[in-house]
Design a binder for this molecule. Structure first.
Ligand code: MLT
Length: 212
């Protein structure tokens, strides 16, 4: 029996081969926030959207932070474990393949932590305004996992240098990283939507085309 450990929304896909998306909202968001974005970038995909379980002055998040950009790393690890267990249970219940995370801000950071701590749970990740979530990680192998990172050149929360370190870290783990810095701030823009949609279409084609 599926006793969901996270409040969540699930929308079935219309094509079984479309990669399911795991939608992870930013601080103060909830399970409804990214559904329109998910539908816009992947019209035929199943969407699984949990709500973060940490409350910061009433604002849902996926892990605790000590101050802006300074994370409680024990909590990051614990929450990443809990989210990974939820995803595995939800996959069985909803009959979906390993999802591609689509995370924004705090949601992108927990997605990055899951890549580093639970290599098999995600099929890849789209990280919007992400930072390095953990200062120390054991070496992991993310060979063949597609990762798109979109940063903002004027982002007051995520320094450009920090996003570059995240992309280096994931590349060093053999993920197939594409990293773009857009001329925007921390908020999402139409350009994010367009780049994500294009990238996802290519990712789907890559999984379908036979290797030469
Ligand atoms: C975080 O706490 O994960 C990042 O600082 C982004 C944010 O949620 O503001």
């Amino acid at each position: 029996m599926f006793a969901p450990t996270f409040i969540h929304r699930f929308e079935p896909g219309t094509k079984t081969e479309a990669i399911p998306l795991l939608l992870l909202h930013g601080t103060g968001g909830d399970e409804n926030d990214l559904l329109p974005l998910g539908r816009a970038v992947a019209p035929e995909a199943a969407l699984l959207s949990p709500r973060g379980q940490v409350l910061e002055h009433g604002a849902p998040r996926f892990f605790r932070r000590l101050s802006e950009g300074v994370f409680d790393e024990d909590d990051v690890r614990r929450r990443a474990d809990e989210l990974a267990s939820f995803i595995e249970a939800a996959r069985t219940h909803y009959h979906i393949a390993s999802p591609m995370a689509l995370g924004y801000s705090n949601g992108a950071n927990i997605a990055a932590a899951m890549l580093l701590l639970h290599q098999t749970v995600l099929s890849g990740a789209i990280l919007l305004r992400a930072m390095v979530p953990l200062t120390t990680v054991v070496p992991v192998d993310l060979a063949g996992k597609p990762v798109l990172i979109l940063s903002g050149a004027q982002d007051p929360i995520v320094p450009v240098e920090n996003a570059a370190r995240l992309s280096d870290l994931l590349r060093a783990a053999n993920a197939l990283v594409e990293h773009h810095t857009l001329p925007v701030g921390h908020g999402l823009s139409n350009e994010d939507v367009a780049v994500v949609r294009r990238w996802l279409q290519d990712a789907v084609k890559a999984t379908r085309s036979p290797t030469p």
